[in-house]
Design a protein. Sequence first.
Length: 441
Amino acid sequence: MRLSKSQLIVITILNVVIAVLVAVIFLMPLLSPPRGDSGKGPDGDTPNPSEHNKLREPTAGMVPEIVRETRLMGSGDESVVAVHFVDGAAYIFGNATVGDLDFDSYGGFLCTVGASGKIVGFTYFTGRITAVGIVEGGFAAATVSNKGTTDMKSRLYSVGYDGAAREVVTLDGEAADIIPITDSKKTAVVTKPTENSFLLTEYTVTESGEWVQKHNTRISSGYMLDYFDCFNIGDEYILAAHAYVSSRYDALALYTFQAGGSAAEHLYDGNGGRMTRPYAVAPYEEGYVALCRYDGVATLMTVGYTFMTFGYDMLGFEFEDARILDSNGLYYACFECETGTVVYELDKILNRHKVQAAEGISADCTVKSNGTLLAGAYNGQAKISDTTGNRALTLDMTDVTFYGGYRRNDGTTLFVLSASGGKALSKPSGGKDIYVITVNI
């Protein structure tokens, strides 16, 4: 078949277009601008992975109020599980969602930041960290891999102050807490084998460093259980949890037992069918106090040490979430309301007063600093304030969460936090980075 002149012209044009496209595909890598020698990407903010230095000195703060900043960076969202401070160094245990830049792999990590703000070491773990505790000579960290699958595995690691970690135990269920036993070489680990059970296991460490299982107690309930805390008093444990059945039942559950023995269950579910939804629990001089939603409003519920008596102190407002923070022998009851956070200071017998200086601060942590500093998100920024309001600092930080801090000998205060940006911080490499900042307050 002979082609017309117009057909030949169309075919010629198509061949030219195809040739140009092929040339562009092969030449683009050569035409792209080089990254240069700065260790940063084309935008000047994202580090070049091939030139990334993990053990970095701190940088100067982006605003005058911040003396210096150390940023832990990855291209995903990084979160903190626990922070411990030892001799001025910050031991930051957390989880990364992407394995790049500072993080060798997805999952758990330990970053040690020295007293000068320099990053001095990283340790990586198999799985996602779920709990961290202090033990003799260092820490214990628990991880979980393949959660919710048939090959799910929970591990317990022993971690030294030098960052060296070794797997010591395979756990039954995801770890919820690691509890050091005072004046003893024992450590208790609370795991959650199922949605309606807990397992507390005591371990001792031999002279050779071997972790040996001693006693355990399994708690089972006809209700779904969410873990709050576990308190050790002498030979007895008191485990606090939220017991519930969907939206039909809510109660505070306290389980009392000795390791190796059976647990007694104490349920506090309100009077006259009113649902009691607990959010946080702490011991106090006469028993236990829980922040609850009772009959729809914020309530302080108290339970006596004998577990035979309980009472309600209704505060009269609605809230969405609540937490208890402690500092200098006082508790701070923080209620997250639609209109902002309400904070009460509670003494050892639960006398209370509203902390006006903390109004609106979604407080995450406290720091002992010539009194108490509260730190948290505030109107889309970060705010640090003492309980009198005489010292207060607002910083431009986006989506901020504070994890801990301490007062330094030079009169400044160190905080560990995560954020997704803001003018007060260097630009994150991913969604959220972790920052260690030293602040003039």
